[in-house]
Design a protein around this ligand. Structure first.
Ligand code: ZN
Length: 377
């Protein structure tokens, strides 16, 4: 054995041993992952060129059955398989020690008398039903470890929100309150309740149906942008325990008076109308937030300010400031109301941004932050 070969072995042998040590750890770490992206696409294969087969929201746990090219192959609650990008999910074993301040703020907590804000499924595979009893039809299934937001309780069953926003019931003896799960780990965490828990938020995606709203230089339509942001925002708000009303959840016509009336009848705490701006001046750019001109309250203005600041901070576009207007949806709604204009679809740079799912998710995150700040002060 020459000196050069000896040196080489000195380098490679420990490296190989390290590799052997790391191998079972890595395999073990990936038995379950938790979704870290706000709303993440599930795909048919390990890459963004494969078709989208579903979506999951932050906090969802998925059982891992394999890995390929940096993507996890996961089993969905209904038994189907799909792939999720490795950089948008983290191995669950890491979730506990690495939980930081943001994760704490994500986890609502409630008084012992009230129903828990969320439960964790304890049965291996559990039916979700349309009502609180085994005589109601099965509407889906969840697997052990799945976390569900609770919106009510009836006859020993939890009424829960699914990641796609639908409601269902799960038997109380097959799920345990999340607070219990956390304190039994040693109670080292102090949980801060989300200011959004229990709040009723009316979201109004602008335009729709025969009304495309403004249309960008390459043809992107405002109605598509507003609906995409509203859907992402609704999922995120519900995951934090808020109740959400969408004035439209599809590409349909809804009158302006009907939008305000829906929020009024429902008894919303706030009304948020989502739009993108447009101008004949193709260089006009940036974000503005509007509130009612007649009879505006301090709360109207504070809501607008919280939303505007959060949007500018998160999206980094120009800050055009706050404005008042006599828009029907602002005038006719009977609670604090704001209308956000998130960038100019008539500006080719901003149109290109607006059409990306990444920008839409960041806009939704900004609006969550703005609403959370509004409700926490
Ligand atoms: Zn508009």
């Amino acid at each position: 054995m020459g000196p050069r070969l000896g040196k080489r072995l000195l380098f490679w042998v420990p490296l190989f041993l390290l590799f052997l040590l790391a191998l079972p750890l890595a395999a073990h770490a990936a038995t379950q992952v938790e979704v870290t992206g706000l709303v993440v696409n599930l795909r048919a294969g390990p890459g963004t060129d494969y078709p989208v087969v579903g979506q999951v929201s932050r906090g969802t746990r998925l059982v891992v059955v394999g890995e390929a090219r940096g993507w996890y192959n996961v089993a969905l609650p209904d038994g189907r398989r799909a792939f999720i990008a490795g950089w948008l999910a983290r191995p669950l074993e890491e979730a506990v020690p690495s939980r930081g301040i943001t994760a704490r703020e994500d986890k609502p907590v409630s008084s012992p008398a009230a129903p828990p804000n969320s439960v964790e499924v304890t049965g291996s595979v559990v039916n979700l039903r349309a009502g609180p009893g085994t005589d109601y039809p099965v509407v889906g299934q969840v697997s052990r470890g799945t976390r569900l937001v609770v919106v009510g309780e009836a006859r020993g069953w939890y009424n829960v929100v699914l990641p796609d926003g639908r409601r269902a019931f799960i038997a109380g003896w097959l799920a345990r309150p999340r607070e219990e799960a956390i304190s039994s780990r040693g109670g080292e965490e102090r949980l801060i309740p989300s200011a959004l828990a229990g709040k009723k938020i009316a979201l109004d995606p602008g335009h729709g149906g025969s009304d495309p709203g403004a249309i960008g230089p390459t043809g992107y339509q405002e109605k598509g942008f507003t609906l995409a942001v509203a859907r992402l925002l609704a999922a995120e708000l519900r995951s934090r325990g808020a109740q959400v009303l969408l004035t439209r959840d599809r590409d349909v016509d809804v009158g302006l008076y009907a939008r305000a009336a829906m929020a009024n009848d429902w008894g919303a705490d706030v009304f948020l109308s989502i739009h993108a701006d447009a101008s004949f001046n193709s260089s006009a750019r940036g974000i503005s937030t509007w509130y009612r001109r007649e009879g505006a309250t301090a709360e109207d203005r504070r809501l607008a300010q919280c939303l505007q600041e959060a949007l500018v901070k998160e999206l980094g576009l120009a800050d055009r400031g706050l404005f008042t207007a006599n828009f029907v949806v602002l005038r006719e709604s009977s609670m604090p109301a704001a209308l956000v204009e998130i960038g100019f679809i008539s500006n080719s740079d901003e149109e290109a941004l607006l059409r990306t799912p990444e920008f839409q998710a960041r806009a939704a995150k900004a609006l969550v932050d703005g609403l959370e700040r509004y409700f926490s002060s």
